[in-house]
Design a protein around this ligand. Structure first.
Ligand code: DQA
Length: 149
């Protein structure tokens, strides 16, 4: 499929990569992350739009607006992963396949991070692989979307 379009949504505090908890998230910055995603998308011949917001409702808006505009969503809801039924409901409402990505392995961290609401509405979850998780999500969705088209 030519020109597959994927929307990447990054949630709160991911704009502070490089500064925030480097022992957990590493030294690379948010710009490094977007460059990596863009480069990998180019290699896979995928057109990608990357957005970041610190606001839960903005994530809901981005998911809703993806319908009819994007073939798939890659979503790192950050801390809203563990609290947001609104994001889960948005993913369930909109028939656009989504992959959940977390830089860290949420299942190996504090107990409150072990629950992921959006995972119930995602076709795949990738955790603990750092930036490479986004690359894996792009490659997975390229295959997944061509199979459902
Ligand atoms: C995160 C994991 C979340 O628990 C945390 O709140 C984040 C980042 C990750 O990418 O590892 O902000 O989603």
């Amino acid at each position: 499929m030519l020109n597959m379009k994927i929307l990447v949504i990054n949630g709160p505090n991911l704009n502070l990569l490089g500064l925030r908890e480097p022992d957990v998230y590493g030294m690379a910055t948010y710009d490094d992350l977007t460059s990596y995603i863009q480069k990998t998308a180019n290699e896979l011949d995928i057109s990608v739009k990357i957005v970041q917001t610190n606001h839960e409702g903005d994530i809901v808006d981005h998911i809703q607006q993806a319908f009819g505009r994007f073939d798939a969503i890659i979503l790192n809801p950050a801390a809203y992963t563990h609290t947001s039924i609104a994001i889960l409901d948005a993913l369930k409402a909109v028939p656009v396949p989504a992959v959940e990505v977390h830089l860290s392995d949420i299942y190996e961290r504090e107990a409150f991070r072990h629950v992921s609401y959006p995972s119930a509405a995602c076709v795949k979850s990738i955790v603990g692989k750092g930036f490479l998780g986004y690359g894996e999500a792009l490659a997975f969705l390229k295959e997944y979307v061509s199979n459902i088209k």
